[in-house]
Write a protein that binds this ligand. Structure first.
Ligand code: RIB
Length: 313
């Protein structure tokens, strides 16, 4: 899974992350001290693009940044990672997307995103670059762009028989079933609960949650269960659990992005969903071991080492 050609197209968001480590999350009206402030490239789309590139895929990205210092830095850093940034627009009217991120002692995070230029990516940006869909194996999407743009990407991906993978994050108020109509839907437990009203918490409930998403149109669902690993459920309701890898957790930010990108790269290389989810579990676990989003995305050799060290079925 660490070798072989994989062509990945990301239609997604690009943010500058402003991160602070805190002892605990503040309550409303409270001021607390934080430490270790960092400004890091992030955005779910850009994180997935960098993760896929570090895993050896050829990556192109459709997105938008502002015509400002953050925008220039974000594009430059993506290009430095080998991502093709030719289709990333510089918006005249909006500032680059930013995210305020607090990370607590357990490595759990709280994120607020100001989307800015990400909301300037239109369905036309997708329709006018249909050629990119004909040249990729997998398209990765998240929900930090306008929903009609994501729907356009799903539609074009399906038209060209490209594998469509949607990370339904963040879950919007108006989530329509059309957004479920992808090859693989990859919610985490919080997103799954928002989408179905059920808390994925134990074996029986996890399966019910995933089945509901299949009923809403997803061909396959890979439920990201964090420290419990993941659950794969296919259209025929066949399901299997993938056990977690054990790592020292420092910061869970973007672990889900590493997971989804790795899943996409493995699927693009022809892996079964079972093997792709194992690979994704390992990449997601490694992303928890470092502070930051793109800074924490693992390289292919690191994923291979973890999988060799902790063989699972
Ligand atoms: O998934 C983590 C990402 O969510 C951060 O990088 C932040 O920018 C938000 O998009």
């Amino acid at each position: 899974m660490t070798d072989g050609e994989a062509n990945v197209l990301v239609v997604g968001s690009i943010n500058m992350d402003l991160m602070v480590r805190v002892g605990r999350m503040p309550v409303p009206g409270e001021t607390i001290h934080g430490e270790d402030f960092r400004t890091n490239p992030g955005g779910k789309g850009a994180n997935q693009a960098v993760a896929a590139a570090r895993l050896g895929a050829k990556v192109r990205m459709i997105g938008s940044v502002g015509r400002d210092d953050f925008g220039r830095a974000l594009k430059q850093s993506l290009a430095g990672e080998g991502v093709d940034v030719e289709y990333i627009r510089e918006s005249e009217r909006s500032a680059s997307g930013t995210a305020m991120i607090l990370v607590d002692q357990k490595g759990e995070n709280s994120i607020v995103v100001a989307g800015g230029a990400n909301f300037d990516v239109t369905p036309d940006d997708v329709f006018s670059r249909e050629d990119l869909f004909t040249e990729c194996d997998v398209v990765l999407m998240q929900l930090e762009l306008p929903l009609q743009t994501v729907r356009a990407a799903i539609e074009v991906g399906r038209r060209h028989h490209v594998r469509t993978i949607l990370d339904p994050a963040p879950v919007p108020k108006q989530f329509s079933d059309g957004l479920c109509e992808v090859d693989i839907l990859t919610p985490n437990v919080v997103e799954a609960e928002r989408l179905t009203g059920h808390k994925a918490a134990e074996e029986r409930v996890d399966k019910i949650v995933a089945s509901q998403l299949i009923a809403r149109g997803a061909k396959n669902v890979v439920l990201k269960l964090g420290s419990r690993g993941s659950l794969v459920i296919c259209a025929d309701q066949h399901f299997y659990r993938i056990p977690p890898y054990k790592v020292l957790v420092r910061d869970t930010t973007a672990a889900g992005d590493a997971f989804t990108a790795a899943l996409g790269v493995a699927v693009a290389r022809g892996a079964s969903l079972h093997d792709a989810a194992r690979f994704a579990n390992a990449a997601g676990a490694l992303a928890c071991t470092k502070f930051g989003a793109q800074a924490a995305m693992p390289a292919a050799y690191e994923v291979k080492m973890l999988m060799d060290d902790q063989p699972t079925k």
